[in-house]
Design a protein around this ligand. Structure first.
Ligand code: PMP
Length: 417
């Protein structure tokens, strides 16, 4: 039996990443992965954004091992534990207070989809309204609520039932340079006879991680935020992928200076790739009835331990920010050079959540395949997978980033040459 045959036989066809990378990965360290055959790969994928601090980061591994050996509680649902107490205190001291943010923290379950579901339910409960606006090419998750605000038609069709109570409106910058103004929306919201239901909330990604790496301009986000305030519509920022440092600041909306009503975090919040999610909301929105929204895995103590270690190591005094800024400049310089060599290619995204759009929509997939053969993991993004997506760990070394960019550059030259 080949090393991958058992997956083909026993596991559902629904799996997808393995189709691009048909090897069995064994070890991983920092920004490097090894397969069963001993081949190594530079990781520009980072667990779809769950590994902002790299694989098996020793700064997080040591406290995790100590914790697991200590006999302290592992699973505690939403009961009190010292690990949870320390996480809450650290998150408040290291992340919220220095940014002047006053949010209540909810543990909605282990995944990004869970935090989006909680945010949508809360917004509907608070406002008593049902409709939610989201954006063209948005991705917010795979369960019915989060899928209803997701744009991708193929994924929506998977629901098998009509997805209601959500309308998609044009995202900023999607067609590069097209200014998706809010004038029409403002008219619709202010005109009682417009026939458009006033929404409970607008949910937005500041960078569309799955939808093609379009990035909203700070000014556009500010106008969106003002519009929400003016018409008493809650603003939800889905920072599941763009948050936890990926754009250069802990929250991706910091650059715009906006304060969303609700914030969704998951992926890299545990730091170590352990499942964990947070829903943050303004304290006055805490209208839940106890038990009204619950779940078995609402904050897992080992994840609290690694999450706390990540915040203390990388965010206390913004310790990671200077090297992160340097890696971001290095990446964008490299991507600009690659894009400059191809007619119509455009660099997309922000920070270490970036990519290159290719006018030949088949190119990105071929480039990703070519890169894999040369030892680099990259994904594609966008409605037609027309964007090569680059998402290295924030802790990647200058050298590994340079090697990865050079493999990418060669792969682009081979495919487009
Ligand atoms: N929101 C965004 C912006 C995402 O990128 C994702 C995952 N790609 C999700 C929500 C859903 O997260 P999960 O896969 O953990 O359910």
């Amino acid at each position: 039996m080949s090393s991958t045959e058992i997956f083909e036989t026993l596991e559902s066809k629904v799996r997808s990443y393995c189709r691009n990378w048909p090897v069995v990965f064994t070890k991983a360290e920092g920004s490097s992965l090894t397969d069963e055959e001993g081949n190594t790969y530079i990781d520009f994928f980072s667990g779809a954004g769950a590994l902002n601090y790299g694989h098996n980061n020793p700064q997080l591994l040591e406290p995790l091992i100590d914790y697991l050996k200590s006999g302290e509680i592992v699973h505690s649902m939403d009961m009190y534990s010292p690990a949870k107490r320390t996480f809450l205190e650290t998150f408040d001291r290291v992340i919220l207070k220095p940014r002047g943010l006053d949010y209540k923290v909810m543990f909605p379950g282990p995944t990004g989809t869970n935090t989006v579901e909680a945010a949508l339910k809360l917004a509907r409960k608070v406002t008593g309204r049902q409709h939610v606006l989201s954006f063209s090419n948005a991705f917010h998750g795979m369960t019915l609520g989060s899928l209803s605000v997701t744009a991708n038609p193929m994924k929506r069709a998977g629901a098998g039932i009509p997805l209601t109570n959500s309308t998609k409106i044009p995202y900023d910058d999607y067609l590069d340079g097209v200014d998706a103004e809010f004038g029409w929306l403002e008219r619709a919201l202010s005109d009682g006879g417009s026939g458009i239901d006033k929404p409970a909330a607008i949910i937005v990604e500041t960078v569309q991680g799955e939808g093609g790496l379009s990035a909203a301009r700070a000014e556009w986000l500010r106008r969106l935020s003002e519009l929400c305030r003016r018409y008493d519509v809650l603003l939800i920022v889905d920072d599941v992928q763009a948050g936890c440092g990926r754009t250069g600041t802990f929250f991706s909306f910091e650059e715009a200076g906006i304060v969303p009503d609700i914030v969704c975090l998951s992926k890299s919040i545990s730091g170590y790739g352990l499942p964990m999610a947070l829903t943050l909301f303004r304290p006055e929105l805490d209208v839940w009835t106890p038990g009204e929204h619950n779940g078995t895995f609402r904050g897992h103590n080992p994840a609290f331990i690694t999450a706390t270690a990540a915040l203390e190591t990388y965010w206390r005094d913004e310790a990671i920010v200077p090297t992160l800024a340097a890696r971001i400049s290095q990446l964008h310089e490299g991507l600009s050079q690659i894009a400059a060599s191809i007619d119509g290619a455009v660099v997309r995204g922000r920070g270490l959540l970036a990519g290159i759009y290719f006018p030949d929509h088949d190119a990105a997939g071929k480039i990703a395949a070519e890169a894999f053969d040369s030892g680099l993991l990259i994904e594609t993004s966008g409605p037609e997978d027309e964007v090569v997506k680059i998402m290295p760990a924030m802790t990647i070394s200058e050298e590994d980033l340079a090697i990865g960019i050079s493999i990418l550059s060669d792969a682009v030259a081979t495919v487009t040459g």
